[in-house]
Design a protein around this ligand. Sequence first.
Ligand code: CMX
Length: 437
Amino acid sequence: MSVLAERLSQLAPVWRQQYREFLAEYGNAVVAEIRAGQVAGGMRGVPALLCETSLVIPTEGLRIRGIPILELEDRTPEEIFYLLCTGELPSAEHRAALQQELAQRATVPAYVWNALRALPSDSHPMALLSAGLLMMERESAFRKAFEAGTPRAELWKPLLEDCLTLLGRLPTLAAGIYRLRFHGAEPNEPNPQADWASNYAAMLGLPDPEGRFRDLVRLYLVLHSDHEGGNVSALTGYTVASALSDPFYAISAALNGLAGPLHGLANQECLRFLLHIQQELGPAPDDHQLEQFLEQWLASGRVIPGYGHAVLRVTDPRFTAFRTFAQRHGLQHELIALVEQLYRIVPTVLQRQGKAKNPWPNIDAISGVLLYTHGLREFEYYTVLFGVSRAMGICAQLLVHRILDTPIMRPKSVTLEQLRTMALEHSSQPQDAGSPA
Ligand code: CMX
């Protein structure tokens, strides 16, 4: 039995009990009011989902299972996955056991490579990643367990089994896609002794004499691992899995959402923006030139990539973690200097414009630059790295939901006409003195 299955077997009855007691006591309590604009506008800010793995605090940033992300920046992805799933950091022994379990599952079957090789060479790497996972669905232990009539309370066990297989194989699949798609080279074999991040970095096959790229990949995988349950990829994965579709279906679907330019593709947009600045102003513009450029950029109706956030209202601590990495390694590169210069200037420019609720940088303001300066120059690939990492958080979220046995997702939709009627009904009702205008 896997170390995670062992620990979760102890935790599952406790969590279920807490969940049942909560529903019995508070199931009918009113917890929020919803505005018509939120219904019609992406449900922004509506507390409508349960997510135990992480929380984004507007004034602080990401916490994984209650621990601020900056306290976790030196951990390995295996430790983070264990934490996401159980709420506890593993002992050294359990971390090593999990590392071994993932490494033992790292080989991607030949039928996947054969199918990927047959796809047109201009296929997007995210499409290849999603397709690769979907092809492996035939091996799902979850689907087989469901078809065999396994009771619902036990289904989290084959779900965990699938998550371990899927996560074990994901770095091999992702690295192989990089080699096939961008270098016309064969995928590298995983090293069964190596940890998840080192294996991934090594299989990409980039020169890494000092092991710094490996350290960057480890940090990247830790920082992108989870960001609550309401973002497009996590919500998609959860919705698909709530129909008791297995994790191969759910994570493949989640990755399709991550591939969107408003979600996981933003990091490549940010790097493109920096290269565009260099092209327009030269490699090292002065502050005045840069400020003028930014003003004109905004005046033309465009956004400054890497700045602002739907939830955060401070500098993203994940930006800080990457920045510290660059400082700690004394990284000298014009693009990194430009990131620093923008950090000095952009918040003032955005505040002066007065539109963005958050003028501070998010993780994308620096993540792409670090990959680029370490030789990973294929922009289109960046979201794949993001996806490998985020699969950990989404798998953990699916696992918690299956343990609690939460029901299928089925919010009520309304037509615009119905929404108008509802809005009129509510606005004609007398308001409490204390209710917001
Ligand atoms: N540059 C210029 N204008 C910005 C801005 C930025 N970086 N961030 C927000 N604004 C503008 C919005 O476009 C909006 O303008 P309109 O009223 O004209 O529509 C206004 O400020 C208010 O927006 P907001 O409530 O502060 O931000 P949203 O929650 O609507 O959007 C986000 C959040 C991230 C999409 C937005 O800040 C943005 O487009 N940033 C640049 C792209 C980016 O960095 N994306 C990565 C996000 C990382 C992540 O999600 O994890």
